[in-house]
Design a protein around this ligand. Sequence first.
Ligand code: HEC
Ligand code: HEC
Ligand code: HEC
Ligand code: HEC
Ligand code: HEC
Length: 353
Amino acid sequence: MKRQITLIVVILSLCMLFILQLSKNSSAVVTGDCEACHGLYPGMMEEAEPGKPPQYVLKNVLCVNCHSNADRDTIKILGGAKVPVVYNTVKPVKPLAGGNFHYVARDFGDRRGHNVEAVTSMDTRFKGVPPGYDRLADPSIIGYNQEKPLKCAGSNGCHGNRNVEDPFDSIMGAHHADDSAIDGSTTARSYRFLKNTNKVKGVVGLEDDEWNQNRTSKKHNEYSASIDLLCASCHGNFHSKNKTGKESPWFRHPTGVVLPKSGEYTNYNPDVPPPSDRPDIRIYSPDAPVGREKVPKSPGDEVRPGKDIVICLSCHVAHGSSYESILRWDYDALIAGEKSKGGCFICHTGKGE
Ligand code: HEC
Ligand code: HEC
Ligand code: HEC
Ligand code: HEC
Ligand code: HEC
């Protein structure tokens, strides 16, 4: 068995070398010591039956294990590759763009993250049902199965092709594929492997090479409204225009709307005024990011009222945060008036009216 695996790895290495030769310029392709990943994690490369793809036995647990860390660092090195860490067992320093599952995994409570299988048990409040789920807004042919846990990928998850139930099958090949162009055409070429489904184009965006670990107004991921469609596949009612806004409870905040070029919004991020040679723009705040109409080629430090868009991720992070409802800030302190800076006030500046 062991020898067969070694042989398979050797043969695959040769194939990979050939493929890698063809895609030399791409940066995020996983290369390096095959064994470090495929040997360390049992089940990563089980022997394949002739003509069939290799079987992974550990499934979702494996995504979580490899993307976890026992210490505080949120990027770890494995087999020469940088692994983005989304779950630190101790409090993370510099959580990545999606936040960190640390906050939902322990005693902090269900409300601080997506209760993903292998990180924590089912959410006691929502009982595994995505709040605001609308089957019609979910493009997956399988749909979300409320009897089963939320996973990293697949039809009950966010990453990969949601037409495929199994988390690994849904991202198969993505880690080793050329992802130098993020156009939403394949899983690898979708922003952070967020493919949606075959019918719906994957999420597009600009990927910071450190997954936002060292984000500033000048260096950060860039989002587009396409990421809202991903959220909407499980939370349709939070996205649909007739269920948000004035008629509904306020927290179904308008999303996909342009930051108006009038009133308080012209003062976005009041703490950081624009330089005098660019008086018409506002400075990007990584604490309340906006989406772009068109994904830029490099990150921009400008926010333009009248153009840039409010997205789900303006207020939420995707994985977990230290605040309830996976928010970027402490909403309770904001509404209680304890704080009059940051959070909602980055956009609702209350000035300029
Ligand atoms: C940093 C970890 C890591 C390293 C190093 C690594 N792999 Fe992988 N590999 C993965 C992961 C994760 C998957 C499964 C997910 C996927 O397919 O995207 C995978 C999947 C595969 C697959 C099946 C999917 C496909 O692309 O056909 C093959 C074959 C493979 N690896 C070969 C190799 C070879 C050969 C090497 C050494 C040159 C190697 N891997 C090094 C992490 C790694
Ligand atoms: C053996 C380790 C390993 C396993 C198992 C693994 N990954 Fe990864 N993953 C990596 C490495 C290394 C990278 C960084 C390289 C890259 O960006 O492609 C990565 C990157 C990613 C990214 C970010 C891609 C980007 O654009 O930066 C996502 C999303 C992801 N993995 C999801 C998954 C999911 C979902 C699974 C399980 C189905 C999984 N991973 C299993 C090692 C692993
Ligand atoms: C594959 C389905 C799926 C997708 C896609 C998805 N979610 Fe969720 N979400 C769930 C489920 C299931 C729950 C309820 C269980 C839980 O909280 O873990 C939930 C809960 C939430 C909650 C409430 C958390 C709490 O406990 O109070 C927020 C906020 C949220 N999601 C935001 C988002 C955002 C933003 C996106 C897009 C980046 C997104 N979701 C994408 C399935 C999904
Ligand atoms: C302007 C900020 C903002 C935006 C944009 C936003 N949300 Fe929220 N969302 C909130 C706040 C604040 C709460 C918590 C409300 C509460 O606890 O009363 C919340 C709560 C939620 C919940 C949990 C509902 C519950 O019953 O506890 C989900 C799910 C959710 N949002 C999904 C989304 C999705 C999906 C999008 C994008 C389509 C989105 N949100 C856009 C601020 C926002
Ligand atoms: C990224 C910028 C941004 C952030 C952050 C933000 N908002 Fe908004 N908010 C807007 C925009 C844009 C509108 C729509 C204005 C319009 O269409 O006239 C809006 C509208 C609203 C409305 C009116 C809803 C309606 O249509 O009747 C309320 C209430 C509101 N926001 C509350 C909040 C609260 C509370 C928070 C913090 C949890 C928050 N907002 C955070 C940009 C933001």
